[in-house]
Design a protein around this ligand. Sequence first.
Ligand code: ADP
Ligand code: ZN
Length: 758
Amino acid sequence: MPDVAEILIPLALDTAYSYVVPEGLRLDAGDVVQVPLGPRETVGVVWGLAHTAGGSNLRPVTGRVDAPPLSEPLRKLVDWIARYTLAPKGSALAMVLRLPDEAAARETARVGVRVSGKAPARATPARRKVLEAAADGALHGKSALAKAAGVSLSVVDGLIDDGALEAVAVEPEAVAPPPDPDHPRVPLSDAQEAAAIELIAGPARTLLPAAVPNLAAPDAGPLSPTGEGERRGSGESLAHAEASLPGPVLLEGVTGSGKTEVYFEAVAHCVRGGRQALILMPEIALTAQFLDRFAARFGVRPAAWHSGVGGRRRERLRAAVAAGEARVVVGARSALFLPFRHLGLIVVDEEHESAYKQEDGVHYHARDMAVVRGRLEGCPVVLASATPSIESRVNAERGRYRHVRLPERFGGRRLPDIRAIDMRLDGPERGRFLSPPLINAIKANLAAGEQSLLFLNRRGYAPLTLCRACGHRYRCRNCSTWLVEHRFRKALVCHQCGYAEPRPQACTECGTFDNLTACGPGVERIAEEVAELFPDRRIIVLSSDFPGGAERLRMELEAVAAGECDIVVGTQLVAKGHNFPHLTLVGVLDADIGLTSGDPRAAERTFQLLQQVTGRAGRGERPGRALVQTYQPTHPVIAALLSGDAERFYAEEVAAREAAGLPPFGRLAALIVSAAEREAAEAQGQALARVAEPPAGAMVLGPAEAPLALVRGRYRFRLLVKTERNVDLQSYLRDWLARAPKPRGSVRVAVDVDPQSF
Ligand code: ADP
Ligand code: ZN
C-alpha cells in the first residue's frame, strides 16, 4: 500500500492536495517538499500522511526541500488563522513559509564566493562571464553569481576547484552571540521588581503539557483568540482553565513607568530556561533606540526581523530561528510566523497599536494571533501598553488575562501636567496654527534651555489644495481622497495610493495662474510657522515620508534624544515609544483630528494617541507639561486626558461598547466588495445582502459605500455583520459566502473579521 501525503501549497487554495510518497522517501508532517502542480514544480508542506489502498492515480512527491520543517504548533496556527479569518489555508501558509526562490534557498548554505586573483587554469567563455560578474571583488552567492553570468552552477564550482574563486563563510552576523540574561544591569525599582515577579511567576507554574487545546474539536464553540469559546465548549470551568493555561498577561503601565525593563526580566527568564523569546513591535524601523536598550540589558543586540531584512540575510535568520540559535527576535508583525524551535515567550509591545492589523491579503491582527500562537506553543504572552486596547482591558477585567500594573512613573517622576487651550477663545491669528498661549509656552521653554515637541498627526504641507478663482479642489484620480500638498517634494500626493502629480503653476481647471491655496495644516506647514517664529532655533521635522529613509530617521531621533535640537515638529512617528530626556513641553496642534469621524473606535484611538504623545514630556530629570489645542475642551476624550482619569475614560468607553453590542461584547466582520466599475461592486453587494439570512443574534447591515469608496481605481461597498458573542461568526460567514453568487470579472469579496475601523 502506498503512502499518500496531503500537501498544502502556499497559494490561495483552501485544501491540501494528495500526492503519493515515492518508495524510499521518508516524510513527516511539517516537511517542506517539492511537488508537481500542473505543468510546473512548486513547494508545499506535508499537512497529513495516510496509508491507503488507492492513490495509484496520484502524482508523486518530487522530494524534500532543504528548509526547516514546520512544527505542529505552527501548522495548527496556520489552520487556526485560516479558520478565524476565512482566508484560504494556502494563503495563511504563505505567510509562514515565505519561501525565497530556490536559488536563494540554496544560499542558506552560508558560503559566498569571491575572486581570488589567481587566474583559472582554463578560460572558457562561460568561465570568463563568471569572473566578469565577480570582478567587483565582493562576496557573491554561488547561484546568484551563476545566474548573473547566465551559466550553470557547475561552472562556478569548477572555478572554485581551480582556485580562481575562493569560497568564504558568509558573515555570520545574523547569529549574534546569545543574549546574556545575567549581564550586569541597572537595579529595578521595587514596583518594577514586584511586577517582574508577577509576570514570571504566573507563566512558570502554568507550563503544563495540557496547555495546547485541541482546536480542531468540532465542539470547540465560537472561535475567539482569548480561547474562552473553546473552554466553554470543552466543559471546563473558567477557574480551572485559568490555572492550566499559560494565559496572556496585560502589562499596563503609564508612560515612563519602566515597562520595558520589566518585560526584559520575563525575556531573561525565558532565555535562562533555554527557550526563545519573540518581541513584537509595531514599527520596527524605529527601534534603534530599543535595540540599544536591549543590548544594555543583555550585552548584545537581538536579531531583528522586518521588511528591511532582505534576501539571504532573511533566510539565514529564519534558519537560525528554526535551529534555536537565534534566542531573542525583535520583529514587526510578520515575525509572528517564524519557525521557532522552542518558543518560550511572546511580548507584544504597544499592544493597542493599529499597525498590528494587516488589512490586505490575510486580514489578521498580530496581537490576537500572538495570543493564539502562545496558546498553541504553551508559552506565556505579555501584552504591554500604557494605553491598552478596549479589548485587552476587558479581557483583563474579566479575568481572561492576568493584569499586571505599573501605575507610577519610574524614579518618582511625575506625569505631565496637561492643559487645554480653548481655540474658540485663544485661537491663533488668521492663516496661523499656533495659538498665543502655546507660543508663549515655547518661548518660556526655550529660555529655560529645554526641548519642545509640537505634534500634528498629518503628513505633508496641507491636506487640501483649492483654486481661489474657480473653487476646484485637487482630488486623487484613483481614490476618493483629496491630494495632500507636499512642499518638500513639490507635489500633490494621495496618501491612499501614492499617486502624485507636480503642484501646478496654473489651475488645471480654469487656467488661472498662481491662485492655488493651501487649506489647513500638515507638519511641514507647522514647521514653516515655527521657523518664522523662532528663526535662530534648531528645529527638526520628523515625518515618515521624509527622504533619507530609516537611517536618517534614526539619526534625527538620536539627535533629539541627545538634546541637539530645540523644537521637534512631528507626526505620530514621534508620539510613541521614544524616550527624549530633554523634552519638557508637548504642544498638540489639533486634538480634535479623528474625533469627528463616524468610526466608533475614534474615541479610543484619539485617547491612546494623545496619552502617548503627551506622555513624551518630562521623562527626564525635569517635570513635563502638555498644552492641547482643541475646539471641544469638554469632549469626554479631551476631558479624560486633562484630568488624567484614564480609568473613567475606559469605564465609559467599555459601557458604551457593551450597550451597543460592539467588540469585545459582540462580534463584528466586514465584507468588502470591490470592482473596477461601481455598478458591478454594488450589484455584488446587493446579491450578498439578498442571501444573507443571518441567524438569531446576528444582523447584516448594508451594502453601503465603504468609508473609502474608491481606492486605487476600485470602487468599494461594504456589508457589516454584527453578532452576539456566542454566535459562531465564522461558520455563518462561510455558509453565507457559499450561498452567494460567485464574484465575476473584476469583482472581489474580501472578508475582514474584527475590522479596525467600522
Ligand atoms: P515605558 O516603556 O513604561 O514608557 P521605559 O521602560 O521606557 O518606560 O522607562 C522610562 C525611563 O525610565 C527610561 O528612560 C528608562 O531608561 C528608565 N528606567 C526604567 N527602569 C529603570 C531602572 N530600573 N533604572 C534606571 N532607569 C530606568
Ligand atoms: Zn489615490
